[in-house]
Design a protein around this ligand. Structure first.
Ligand SMILES: O=NC(=O)[C@@H](O)[C@H](O)[C@H](O)CO
Ligand SMILES: [Co+2]
Length: 404
């Protein structure tokens, strides 16, 4: 009876960007928090939770985490998809948070305990040109980062991926309707290797460098880029090509030893089963908020471990601090950990989400408070109403739609 769910609340707040959070409360007053943020489609998940999930939560035993996962996964009938799996994730993470609080144990302990002291993280450095990007890499090295993602503008291309407007943190969902951006593969394939040549010259061989292609190349173009980046020893080249066709990675794999990462847009093991089984990738980025929570991502990580694939969770600012907290506990436990993406949430965002993780010497360390260690200041959250925002689109120079 104590563990009976008596309240479930969907909270949409926008402290600088939109977040959707699920709050679950048990009869004994234990509160669990789950992130349900799907950038550009936040209200779809909020409605899914409000209309189709919350009515089924009231009265359930909060301790039946697996059964609840199976109920919402099979019960939807219409399998998978980012909206359903983000909604399920929010329930799952909130229930794991409650379990930790009932047991008086941090989430990593519930999963099997520490495998490492802290989670290696990577920061985002970008610049409108190579020099600016290299300066920003230097800035993050001074902050103690051991791994840094680098992106630079593409000459003649307006708003290439990942380039923040001077000084402001990078938040791609910047307008009510999708901003139109342009893409040119030839110009990109020309400058990307030059960026990393310069970064190795400026910053040496030790710093781990990552790069996000962001779904923009065909497989053979991605193979060309992967090969041209080999002299610069990247930690990974991410989202080389759209991965609905998992087999397409075989073409990249056969031409290069540059490590490959993919998966931030996936929402279940089925999106990457072939990629992992055939070792077509080195890191899987599918993360807790978009792939059904701890319960599903644990299955995915264990499957990846069988094929020497490591985790490299997506961790952009459109995943809330609640997701970051849960992810860091997972990162602390998971044996086949690779790296954790870590973009800085703004002070305004962090104020809404009290948390106990902290950054030290290039790694993020979880606290030992029971559960995942992140909560929400609801009063403060209520001061930031939803702001309609969508992600940009990209077109080629001839106007044809492309992948942003
Ligand atoms: O690797 N990180 C990324 O690709 C992010 O910057 C994504 O574009 C955003 O999270 C989309 O909402
Ligand atoms: Co990415």
């Amino acid at each position: 009876r104590d563990r009976e769910i008596v309240e479930a609340k969907v909270i949409v707040t926008s402290p600088g960007r939109n977040f959707v959070t699920l709050k679950i409360v048990t009869r004994s007053g234990v509160v669990g928090w789950g992130d349900a943020t799907l950038n550009g489609r936040e209200l779809a998940v909020a409605a899914y939770l409000q209309e189709h999930v919350v009515p089924n939560l009231i009265g359930r035993d909060a301790g039946r985490i697996e059964d609840t996962w199976q109920f919402f996964y099979r019960g939807a009938y219409w399998r998978r998809g980012p909206v359903t799996m983000s909604a399920i994730a929010a329930v799952d993470v909130a229930l794991w948070d409650i379990l930790g609080k009932m047991a008086g144990l941090p989430l990593y302990q519930l999963l099997g305990g520490r495998s490492r002291e802290g989670a290696l993280v990577y920061a985002h450095a970008n610049g409108r040109d190579i020099a600016e990007a290299s300066d920003e890499v230097g800035k993050y090295r001074e902050l103690g980062f051991l791994a840094i993602r680098a992106q630079c503008g593409v000459p003649g291309v307006k708003k290439a991926y990942g380039i923040s407007t001077a000084g402001k943190p990078y938040e791609p969902a910047e307008s009510e309707l999708p901003a139109e951006t342009v893409w040119s593969t030839p110009r990109y394939l020309d400058i990307a290797p030059r960026l990393f040549e310069q970064l190795r010259a400026d910053h040496g061989d030790e710093i781990e460098l990552l790069h996000d292609v962001h779904h923009r190349l065909t497989p053979i173009e991605a193979a060309r880029l992967a090969r041209s980046l080999e002299p610069y020893r990247l930690f990974w080249m991410e989202d080389a090509t759209p991965a609905e066709n998992q087999q397409s990675f075989a073409l990249i794999r056969q031409h290069s030893v540059t490590p490959l990462a993919v998966g931030e847009v996936f929402n279940s093991i089925w999106d990457c089963k072939q990629l992992i089984e055939q070792q077509l990738i080195d890191y899987i980025r599918t993360t807790i908020v978009h792939a059904g929570g701890i319960t599903h991502v644990r299955r995915l990580a264990d499957f990846a471990a069988l094929h020497q694939v490591r985790t490299g969770f997506h961790g952009a600012t459109d995943l809330s601090p609640v997701c970051m907290g849960a992810a860091l506990h997972f990162d602390t436990w998971v044996p086949n950990f690779g790296i954790q993406e870590y973009m800085f949430h703004s002070e305004q965002m962090l104020e809404v989400f009290p948390r106990d993780y902290e950054f030290r010497a290039g790694r993020l360390h979880v606290g030992d408070s029971p559960g995942h260690g992140v909560s929400m200041d609801e009063k403060l959250a209520a001061r930031y109403p939803y702001v309609p925002r969508q992600l940009p689109v990209a077109r080629l120079e001839d106007g044809a739609m492309w992948d942003w």
